[in-house]
Design a protein around this ligand. Structure first.
Ligand code: SF4
Length: 242
């Protein structure tokens, strides 16, 4: 993803789990160590500027599917309080009953309070966590994800949905299939992101991507509980890395 200001922050996903999606801006991911990631560069420490940007994007929400996904290149806790209140207000006004947020494991203890905050207005909060793989050693040593000591079941106590990252050297048909099956057995939905070129040193492995595209993509693409992003811009927000 580009490290400049994304050109598009609002989109509508019409296929699986139809929903509106917004890429808002927060104070930045507090983990920032994942070796494959550069999208945490979309942030600002200027809370007022973030709120104004987020307010303009939230004005685009129509409530057409009564579901909204809000991402912000980090965790929902990186959003300022005024933005969080406005998200709740807009959801209530547009009769949005399901709200999806991203959250890193380090903020797991903030999740229940957020669920309660939105539940006050009848909004069900779904938490999506970037797990990338359930292979703990690969996840922590290679990806530096920061979820050490958490078994899939422990993660499932906090997260409703997980993101998986495929297309990396070291991954195999068996490891990717196992990640998908574990994800489907413990979580409501999974989102598979295929690694793309970005400004980090981590490169997509074309052979691994081919194995995924030929053997696993056809099996899961019709599954309503599986989102597959062969390009990280397929939800219609953000930009390609150039
Ligand atoms: S937690 Fe998410 S935003 Fe933060 S560095 Fe990792 S992948 Fe990037």
């Amino acid at each position: 993803m580009s490290i400049q200001e994304p050109s598009n922050r609002y989109s509508v996903i019409r296929e699986k789990n139809p929903r509106e999606i917004l890429l808002l801006r927060g104070s930045g991911c507090k983990w920032r160590r994942c070796t494959f990631c550069d999208y945490h560069l979309d942030f600002s420490r200027d809370e007022e500027a973030n709120f104004h940007l987020n307010q303009a994007e939230l004005a685009k929400v129509t409530g057409c599917f009564h579901r909204l996904e809000v991402i912000n290149s980090g965790s929902f806790c990186d959003l300022d309080e005024k933005t969080l209140r406005l998200i709740r207000e807009v959801c209530a006004e547009k009769r949005i009953r399901e709200l999806h947020f991203e959250c890193h494991w380090m903020h797991k203890d903030a999740i229940q309070a957020a669920r309660d905050f939105f539940a006050e207005k009848g909004i069900c909060l779904k938490i999506k966590m970037g797990v990338e793989t359930f292979d703990e050693e690969f996840r922590e040593k290679v990806l530096q994800k920061g979820i050490a000591a958490a078994s899939p079941r422990e993660i499932a106590k906090y997260a409703d949905e997980v993101c998986l990252l495929f297309g990396l050297t070291g991954q195999t048909f068996t490891s990717m299939k196992s990640d998908i099956e574990t994800g489907l057995s413990l979580f409501e939905r999974i989102c598979i992101n295929v690694m793309v070129e970005n400004s980090t040193k981590m490169k997509p492995d074309r052979d691994v991507i081919r194995i995924f595209a030929q053997n696993l993509y056809p099996v899961y693409i019709e599954n309503e509980r599986v989102d597959i992003l062969m390009e990280n811009t397929e939800f219609g927000v953000g930009d390609k890395y150039e």
